[in-house]
Design a binder for this molecule. Structure first.
Ligand SMILES: CC(C)(COP(=O)(O)OP(=O)(O)OC[C@H]1O[C@@H](n2cnc3c(N)ncnc32)[C@H](O)[C@@H]1OP(=O)(O)O)[C@@H](O)C(=O)NCCC(=O)NCCS
Length: 166
């Protein structure tokens, strides 16, 4: 795994961060509503971590604690390629492990080949392909999900996990 940059610091999301959290989520996902596996989260209401480089906000991760493990709901680096995503992921992994979670898991989508590479390089395994799940989310939960990204029809969910316990 790429070493985390010493310049990146991570802290839990605080109540004062609401404007920043909403701006980051809005910039990446259109608004704070995030659809996955038939669930619509308001990610601004979720616990999370903020990454900073110096005084600047550099990224955000939000997560949900469920019966079947901790789910990374959103991960966004504002400053890319400087270890922000890696540091955020390591932080939530450590917290989930400390809490005794069985696994850390997440959903990404079939267009997001960069995320698929990023997560697999960081120990995540592809455990399911939910065919048509994005199409269903668009129809039932979030009509603003784009039809395509980079010319790739946006249709399916990929579920990846990292086991934290044997
Ligand atoms: C996927 C995403 C979160 C990765 O975040 P990131 O901060 O760019 O990731 P990192 O910097 O930790 O690692 C990416 C690359 O940067 C480089 N890098 C990492 N740390 C570095 C450092 N300290 N110095 C220099 N380069 C570094 C590495 O080349 C690394 O690539 P690798 O996988 O070959 O090791 C980011 O691209 C993003 O926000 N994408 C859009 C939203 C998204 O798709 N989110 C995930 C969907 S669920």
């Amino acid at each position: 795994m790429t070493p985390a940059s010493p310049l990146v610091t991570i802290r839990p999301v605080a109540p004062d961060d609401q404007d920043t959290v909403r701006a980051i989520l809005g910039g990446s996902w259109g608004d704070t509503q995030v659809a996955g596996h038939g669930t619509l989260y308001d990610a601004a209401d979720l616990p999370g971590y903020v990454a900073e480089i110096g005084e600047e906000t550099a990224g955000l991760l939000t997560y949900h604690v469920g019966d079947d493990g901790w789910e990374v709901v959103t991960l966004d680096a504002i400053v890319v390629g400087h270890g922000v995503g890696t540091a955020l992921l390591r932080t939530v992994e450590e917290a989930a492990h400390q809490a005794g979670a069985r696994r850390l898991w997440l959903i990404t989508t079939n267009d997001n080949t960069h995320a698929l590479r990023f997560y697999q390089r960081r120990g995540f395994d592809l455990v399911a392909v939910h065919r048509g799940a994005v199409t269903r989310s668009r129809a039932e939960l979030k009509p603003s999900i784009p039809l395509e990204v980079d010319g790739i029809p946006l249709r399916h969910e990929l579920e990846l996990e990292r086991l934290l316990k044997p």
